[in-house]
Ligand binder design. Structure first.
Ligand SMILES: [Zn+2]
Length: 113
């Protein structure tokens, strides 16, 4: 197990807060992803299209949240395994600046590009 010099407790706390926020957004927007069941007669075609478009956007947002959650889970796992702060591809240190910007970053700048 390598020592990365990162404040892992602080990083873990930051990641856990982000998980809570993401899960909260997932829950609070769940109804926007429900199948569109508007009465076509009463709302008209355009509103129905708006509703479908809104639903598609809500689903895309949810997909982004789920992807982010997977990244965060992976970062938490790297913390537990002592691999946090190292690029998962080349093994180099991930710069502290990059981790400050995104604590779930899994690759160094070179590998991410
Ligand atoms: Zn790398």
């Amino acid at each position: 197990m390598r020592s990365s010099g990162h404040d892992l407790d602080a990083v873990r706390a930051t990641l856990l807060v982000e998980i809570e926020t993401l899960r909260g957004s997932s829950t609070s927007t769940a109804d926007k992803r429900m199948p569109v069941t508007l009465d076509q007669q009463s709302v008209g075609r355009l509103s129905r299209m708006d509703a479908l478009q809104g639903q598609a956007m809500a689903k895309a947002e949810e997909e982004r949240r789920q992807q982010r959650l997977r990244l965060i889970d992976a970062a938490l796992q790297r913390i537990d395994e002592g691999d946090y702060g190292y690029c998962v591809w080349c093994g180099d240190d991930i710069p502290a600046k990059r981790l400050a910007f995104d604590p779930a970053a899994a690759q160094c700048v070179d590998c991410a590009n």
